[in-house]
Design a protein around this ligand. Sequence first.
Ligand SMILES: Cc1cc2nc3c(=O)[nH]c(=O)nc-3n(C[C@H](O)[C@H](O)[C@H](O)COP(=O)(O)OP(=O)(O)OC[C@H]3O[C@@H](n4cnc5c(N)ncnc54)[C@H](O)[C@@H]3O)c2cc1C
Length: 452
Amino acid sequence: MTDLHTLLLRELGPDIVCSDEALTRDCSHDESEQAPVIPDAVVAPTDPLQVETLLRLAAEHRFPVTPRGTGTGKSGGSVPVRGGAVLTLHRMDHVLELDPENLLAVVEPGVTCARLQRDAEAAGVFYPPDPASLETCSLGGNVAENAGGPRAFRYGVTREYVLGLEAVRVGGERFDVGHRPVKGVSGYDLTALLTGSEGTLAVFTKLIFKLIPRPGDPGLLILYFPVLQDAVRAVTLLVQRRFFPMALELLDRPSLEAARGPGFSPPDDAGGALFCELEGLAGNEATGRAVLDCLATAGCPPSGFELRRDPGEAGAAWDARRDVSKRLKARYAHKISEDVAVPRALLPELVRNVGEIADGLGLGSACYGHAGDGNLHVNFVTDGDPSRFSMAVERLFRVTLLLGGTLSGEHGIGTLKRRFLPAEHAPAALAMFHAVKRAWDPLDLLNPGKIL
Ligand SMILES: Cc1cc2nc3c(=O)[nH]c(=O)nc-3n(C[C@H](O)[C@H](O)[C@H](O)COP(=O)(O)OP(=O)(O)OC[C@H]3O[C@@H](n4cnc5c(N)ncnc54)[C@H](O)[C@@H]3O)c2cc1C
């Protein structure tokens, strides 16, 4: 038992300070390639007052605190790389208000994204953000990472839905930012600053989300193309011709192979596919036909397609798409996954470069993800020596930035991409990042070693 564990046990009690080895091990890692670090203590509050106490003690005794949702992060954000306490918020999991009249929900941070979606649907309204991890990831983690997902193409990322929140700073001070009405421009927008701050500025203890009216029942049109470049080109063609699907997801050949299974059998000769989710398609296939006609007229017809209007059939294909990351990991001895984004029309360039980088280094690659947003999960894979991954990633980041893109579309910087941050941001911007961190957390105790 560490000294910190003993101190916290005395101050917060055994119900809140965990002595369970399995949970402590869980809190040592996330879903990224960041090496695990066992924390000195794990604190699992059920009430914001306990969060206040922990963060007061952190300032008094100068120990680091790493906030954690459910550990599905892909950039090392919830790994306690400097030791200290992990503050896991999974037990604060109540939906406090669901108000269809005012189209808002107030929740604790440990509620999962899927739970809010289901509760909203039951109340006849809609919470659009849908990270592929939605069944397990927490809304606190979603806000801290400004999570995206397939439907971000049509509806925007988590930030568009955070109206306000309650947070606690190191020192133990709890405060509210933002507002409940959909509009509000009083003072600096601290809600926007905290959204995407990766647990480095404050700990969220309550979140106010905007909801929207439910759209017409969606259906899924899966478009198969003979070569990957046609699938990528089709994305911009559809947008140029004023189609606005709910989601527009790309899968290349290796990703299609990984996704293959019960409920999803792509044709053997498909070089790439687009998952095109269309509002109202479940009740009327006309919008699906219009997409097919548009691509034929534009000279980019798919070689095959599937119209999945039944929710169960569409759901099976979406489950396969959401599992691609896990299944790719199981197929290869080594895999590294990145999350770059470029302006949408430059996706063909990005995809061509990924192929060249992989071929040049004797690696395999698999690209899938949110093509409508120009955001791809680029994976390098091998059954041999993974030492060339770092060269592949450096080349990928160089190309991405040359194309006017960004190092992370949605997974955040965490520990894994911090050394690349100066390649994307000017020294003046980096200085402002440091100034913001100092203003909120001058002792560098909240999630140290992340982003900066
Ligand atoms: C299979 C799979 C698919 C995924 N698909 C997507 C996707 O489509 N889109 C996407 O955006 N991401 C995706 N992710 C990444 C991940 O699920 C998201 O980043 C998610 O938002 C993390 O939530 P979490 O609860 O797991 O947070 P954690 O991993 O526990 O933490 C993530 C970060 O949030 C901070 N944090 C957590 N809770 C709080 C809080 N209450 N207050 C302050 N800081 C906090 C942590 O310190 C850490 O920096 C995927 C991950 C997996 C494994």
